[in-house]
Design a protein around this ligand. Structure first.
Ligand code: ATP
Ligand code: MG
Length: 396
């Protein structure tokens, strides 16, 4: 038998209901932020991600599904959304400022575990042409309100990379500082040479490291901006905590970075949303110098902690005592739908009333509508409330 590939899965039933619920909730809340929705291709030139996410990141080095297409070009399944959105922003000549939101599957070949899959879904926003602490606060507020809208308990962890210069100064300091540390894992021994900031993002090494606070490398103006962002978030009652080691696993971030974590998930997979400022990416990909920030939420992980069941519509199930009444049952089915109800019936012929009732139960029908000789003659139809057993009559 042919089965799904390792790390890939079918999503159906309750879980897929939850996905929709998450997307619809986010969509409602993001609408108030005046976002426009966009869909970009799942397959892009590999170069796009190598240039934006960064050549020496885990995503590009180890996790990207990359292959040659029939024309021999290097293409990749998108591992994240921002690079494609920024490419689309430039390619389609969008005029800043714009807030673009997206939703769809991302692909990373990492070790599969609970809350970590090779195809997973993100919903995210990019605020392109937005600068300053109010924009940073708006970005984080939009993320937090979406998560709150789901009634999920979560906290925001925030840091700043302090802009280009500070990031460079801190990186070059780290390069020296990490030279002597022989307890670093094999990956981090490479990282400290190629991309020292990434060592702080390593789930094994980072907790063992004591490094100076990046704030020591950040200039006064950037510090003031960051403090203002924190003040704005506090004013709007966003629970925040500064995490001086938070650097994020993608290279394009330049200023504030943040993650929203849920305590209900295991710590290796407890980040449900993350984002930050990436002021160099638009120009890096060939556009005009444009400040920007954004975030992405992992829908698969959020669905694991979602308590609220997605509200299902009440189902009306039409049963018939004989196939003679098929046409009438079919009419009623469509009338109910015209009235906005969710309705269904069995179409197989020769099914007993008993087996139709069984099906109604199995599908969790709230109402069963009976179509029998008596009903058809009188035009008065019996309808049963499956929770209480109460019956009433309606006419058509
Ligand atoms: P992690 O540190 O958990 O690997 P990340 O830093 O790689 O996360 P991002 O690239 O920032 O994650 O992606 C944003 C969100 O997408 C994450 O916070 C997470 O909720 C989700 N996500 C990332 N990778 C996966 C995956 N393999 N499976 C499921 N969800 C994922
Ligand atoms: Mg990761």
């Amino acid at each position: 038998m042919i089965k799904t590939l390792r790390g890939f899965r079918d999503i159906y039933g309750e879980e897929w209901d939850k996905f929709w619920y998450i997307v619809e909730t986010f969509r409602g809340i993001l609408g108030r932020y005046n976002v426009r929705w966009i869909d970009t291709p799942i397959v892009e030139q590999a170069e796009l991600f190598i240039r934006s996410v960064g050549e020496f990141t885990d995503i590009v080095q180890k996790q990207m599904f990359i292959f040659k297409d029939r024309g021999g070009r290097n293409v990749a399944l998108r591992p994240e959304g921002t690079a494609g959105i920024v490419r689309a922003y430039i390619e389609n000549g969008f005029v800043p400022p714009v807030k673009l939101a997206y939703f769809g599957p991302m692909f990373r070949a990492e070790r599969p575990q609970k809350g970590r899959y090779r195809q997973f879904y993100q919903i995210g926003v990019e605020f392109i042409g937005y600068d300053g602490s109010h924009a940073d606060a708006e970005c984080i507020l939009s993320a937090y309100e979406c998560v709150r809208g789901l009634d999920v308990k979560a906290k925001v962890y925030i840091n700043t990379l302090g802009g280009d210069d500070a990031k460079r100064r801190f990186s070059s300091f780290l390069k020296d500082y990490l030279k002597e540390m022989d307890f670093l894992c094999e990956d981090c021994k490479v990282r400290r040479e190629k991309n020292p900031l990434r060592v702080l993002d390593c789930k094994i090494c980072s907790p063992k490291l004591e490094v100076p606070d990046i704030m020591e490398f950040v200039d006064e103006e950037e510090k003031r901006d960051f403090t203002k962002t924190l003040e704005l978030l506090q004013k709007f009652e966003v629970p925040i905590e500064r995490d001086p080691k938070l650097v994020r696993g993608l290279d394009y971030y330049t200023g504030m970075v943040f993650e929203i974590k849920s305590e209900e998930l295991e710590s290796a997979q407890n980040t449900i949303l993350s984002g930050g400022r990436y002021d160099d990416l638009v120009s890096e990909l060939g556009g005009k110098d444009t400040p920007a920030c954004g975030w992405a939420a992992g829908i698969d992980r959020i669905s694991l902690i979602l308590r609220k069941e997605s509200k299902k519509d009440e189902l009306y199930f039409i049963v018939r005592t004989s196939d003679e009444y098929m046409d009438i049952a079919f009419d009623i089915l469509h009338k109910l739908r015209k009235c906005g109800k969710t309705a269904d019936m069995i179409f197989d012929r020769g099914k007993s009333l008993r087996s139709q009732m069984k099906k109604a139960n199995k599908l969790g029908a709230k109402w069963v509508v009976f179509v029998g000789e008596e009903e058809v003659k009188s035009g008065r139809y019996k309808i049963r409330d499956m929770d209480t057993g109460e019956e009433s009559i309606f006419t058509i």
